[in-house]
Design a binder for this molecule. Structure first.
Ligand SMILES: [Zn+2]
Length: 167
């Protein structure tokens, strides 16, 4: 699957990420679902993936162990197919954060789900607009699916290597 990861997020996806990061997982799910319904291209998989992570976290806050495990599995089906950065969203970080949540949940088990530490619910990191300036010649660089290239000198890198721009 080749998803078009350039361009902007759907406004409701952006809203969903804001709600997600505020810990409003139910409302985040609603907004992302609107974006998902509205979007016809494969980028809807990104919205579906984030949506299901939100639902997974919601299940945990409600003590629903089986629901959380099930939805986590579904979310990874979408997120694993996406590049590490897509539409400015750090997908690799989201995968790792959700993975850490799941490891902790499985450690606690069904009986102790109420002891889950909500500080493990990390925000979705994204940047709306990225501009790359070549560090060799100062030319504005082109980005395509996370491959950034300088049209002047040919300097190139992968945007997922540059965590400094996001952290
Ligand atoms: Zn250059």
């Amino acid at each position: 699957m080749m998803v078009d990861c350039d361009g902007k997020l759907h406004p409701q996806a952006l809203e969903g990420i804001h709600l997600f990061n505020a810990g409003d997982f139910f409302e985040a799910h609603e907004a992302l679902e609107t974006a998902w319904r509205d979007e016809k291209g494969d980028i809807r998989n990104l919205y579906q993936g984030i949506l299901q992570v939100a639902v997974c976290f919601l299940h945990i806050t409600r003590g629903n162990y089986d629901g959380a495990v099930k939805v986590y599995g579904r979310s990874m089906r979408w997120l694993n197919d996406l590049p590490d950065v897509c539409r400015g969203v750090r997908v690799a970080k989201l995968r790792n954060d959700a993975d850490a949540v799941m490891n902790e949940l499985k450690k606690l088990g069904r009986e102790r789900i109420n002891e889950f530490d909500p500080s493990l619910f990390k925000p979705v990191v994204w940047s709306e607009k990225r501009e790359w300036i070549c560090d060799r010649c100062g030319t504005r660089m082109h980005e395509k699916n996370c491959k950034v290239t300088c049209p002047n000198c040919g300097n190139r890198f992968d945007c997922s290597d540059l965590n400094i721009y996001f952290d």
